[in-house]
Design a protein around this ligand. Structure first.
Ligand SMILES: [Zn+2]
Length: 425
C-alpha cells in the first residue's frame, strides 16, 4: 500500500520536472502537477483584495488594460488562461501569480506614458508566469507554508495598505509571499528578454521597454518610499537592465507602435482624478496621525474632484468611526458599498459599526461578506462577538478561535472574549 503511494508521489513529481518552454532548458521543478493552476486560482482573488481591491471607477480603462494584456499574452507559447486586473492602490506595482493571474496598480498606470510601456510591464509579468518563476522559487525552498496551499488557511500579512496592517490577513499566505518575492536576477533577465519579444510580436515598438527601464532607474534615484515598497522591492532597477534591454531591442524589427496618444486618451479620467487620490493618500496619513481636521479638509478636496470613488466615502466612514459617530460612519460605508460592493474592507467596517449600533443581523451579513471576500482576523473577531451577542454560542466560538490564530492585538482580544464566555483560550 505505502509503496504504491510512494510510487504515485514520485510519478507526480517526475511529471513536474519540466522543460522551460521559453529557453528550452530543463529544470527541476519539485512541485506537484497542477501547482501553478491551483495556486493561481486560489490566491488571485484574496491577493487582489489584500492589495487594495479592484479599480472599478473607470471600467473603460480596465477593459483597455485587459485588451493590451491579452494582445501581448496571445504571443505566449504556453497559453495559460491569462487574467489581468487593475488594483485600486497608489503604490506603483505590478505582479503575476502562477498560471498567468496578473495585476497592475492604479499607481503604476499613472507613471506610464504609452501603450508600449504598459505592454512592456504586462509582457514582463506574463513571462514570470510562463517560465514558472513561482514554482521555481517554491522548489528552491524560497517560500514557506507549502501546506497552506492545500488547506487555504495560514496567517500571512503581505500588503502595502497601512489600514490593512491591523486587519491581519488569513488564508493568503503563499499568495502574499509570491507577490512580495524578490525574483533572482536570472528570472528578471528572462522576463525582460521574453517580455520584449512578446510585445514586439504583438506589434508594439520594443523601445517602450527601454523607456520603462530608464524611467525606473531615474525613479529609483529619487528613492520615493512608495516605489521602494512597491515595484522596486521585487524589481530592483539597474543600468545593467537598461543596457540589456537596449541590446535585445537592437536585434528586433522596428516599426511597431508606441501608442502614446491612445494611452493618454484612455488615461484622461484617471489623470484628472490624480490630485484627488493624492489628497486621499495624505488624508489617510493625517488620520493615522490623529489629525482629524487635516484629514477632513483633504478628503473634502478629494470628493470635490472625484465624487464617485468609493474609497473616499469609506475614509469618511473611518473618520466618523474614530470619532465614535457610528450613525454617520454607517451611512458613509453604505455609500462606499453602493459605489463598489466588491471590496471586503467596506463590509468589514460597516459590520463593525452595525455591531456598535446593535444591528446584529446587518452586522452578521456584512461580516460574513467581508470574510468571504478576504478572511481576516478582525472580521472573524467581530463576527464572533455578533454571534455571542445573538446567542449563537457555537458559531461565536468557531469564529473567535480563528481570530485567535491571527495573533497580535486581535488574537488577544479573541482570547479575552473566549475567556469571558468560559472557554479556555
Ligand atoms: Zn519581474
Amino acid at each position: 500500500m505505502w509503496r504504491w503511494i510512494f510510487l504515485l508521489i514520485t510519478l507526480h513529481l517526475l511529471t513536474a520536472c519540466a522543460t522551460n518552454p521559453l529557453t528550452g532548458g530543463s529544470d527541476l521543478i519539485l512541485v506537484p502537477a497542477g501547482w501553478d493552476e491551483q495556486v493561481g486560482a486560489q490566491q488571485y482573488a484574496p491577493a487582489r483584495q489584500s492589495q487594495g481591491g479592484d479599480f472599478v471607477l473607470d471600467p473603460e480603462l480596465v477593459a483597455y488594460v485587459r485588451g493590451v494584456g491579452q494582445r501581448v499574452a496571445a504571443q505566449s507559447p504556453v497559453g495559460y488562461p491569462y487574467e489581468f486586473n487593475v488594483l485600486n492602490s497608489s503604490v506603483p506595482n505590478a505582479w503575476a501569480l502562477p498560471s498567468g493571474k496578473i495585476a497592475i496598480n492604479r499607481g503604476l498606470l499613472t507613471e506610464l506614458e504609452s501603450e508600449a510601456e504598459l505592454a512592456a510591464v504586462l509582457g514582463h509579468e506574463v513571462v514570470h508566469a510562463d517560465a514558472r518563476h513561482g514554482a521555481r522559487a517554491q522548489s528552491r525552498g524560497l517560500l514557506t507554508n507549502v501546506g497552506a496551499v492545500a488547506v487555504g488557511v495560514g496567517v500571512g500579512v503581505g500588503t502595502d495598505d497601512p489600514r490593512l496592517g491591523q486587519v491581519a490577513l488569513l488564508g493568503a499566505s503563499v499568495g502574499s509571499q509570491l507577490l512580495n518575492q524578490k525574483h533572482g536576477r536570472d528570472a528578471e533577465r528572462e522576463s525582460d528578454l521574453y517580455g520584449i519579444e512578446y510585445m514586439t510580436k504583438a506589434g508594439y515598438d520594443p523601445r517602450g521597454a527601454i523607456h520603462l527601464q530608464e524611467k525606473f532607474v531615474k525613479l529609483s534615484e529619487g528613492r520615493r518610499q512608495d516605489w521602494i515598497s512597491g515595484l522596486f522591492a521585487s524589481h530592483p532597477p539597474s543600468q545593467e537592465r537598461v543596457e540589456n534591454n537596449r541590446r535585445t531591442v537592437a536585434q528586433l524589427p522596428t516599426g511597431g507602435e508606441l501608442g502614446r496618444e491612445r494611452y493618454q486618451r484612455m488615461m484622461a479620467r484617471l489623470r484628472k482624478a490624480q490630485p484627488a487620490y493624492d489628497a486621499y493618500d495624505e488624508a489617510q496619513q493625517a488620520l493615522q496621525e490623529d489629525d482629524i481636521d487635516q484629514a477632513k479638509s483633504l478628503l473634502a478636496k478629494a470628493k470635490r474632484i472625484e465624487p464617485k470613488e468609493a474609497l473616499f466615502h469609506s475614509l469618511e466612514g473611518d473618520i466618523f468611526l474614530k470619532q465614535e459617530n457610528y450613525r454617520d460612519a454607517e451611512r458613509a460605508y453604505s455609500r462606499a458599498i453602493k459605489m463598489n460592493p466588491d471590496w471586503f474592507y467596506f463590509h468589514l467596517r460597516r459590520g463593525q459599526v452595525r455591531e456598535e449600533l446593535n444591528q446584529l443581523d446587518g452586522a452578521r451579513t456584512d461580516l460574513q461578506r467581508s470574510n468571504r471576500l478576504l478572511d481576516t482576523g478582525v472580521g472573524r473577531y467581530f463576527l464572533g462577538v455578533v454571534e455571542r451577542r445573538a446567542g449563537n454560542r457555537d458559531a461565536a466560538i468557531a469564529n473567535l478561535r480563528i481570530a485567535q490564530q491571527a495573533g497580535g492585538d486581535i488574537g488577544q482580544q479573541a482570547n479575552q472574549e473566549l475567556r469571558t464566555m468560559g472557554v479556555n483560550g
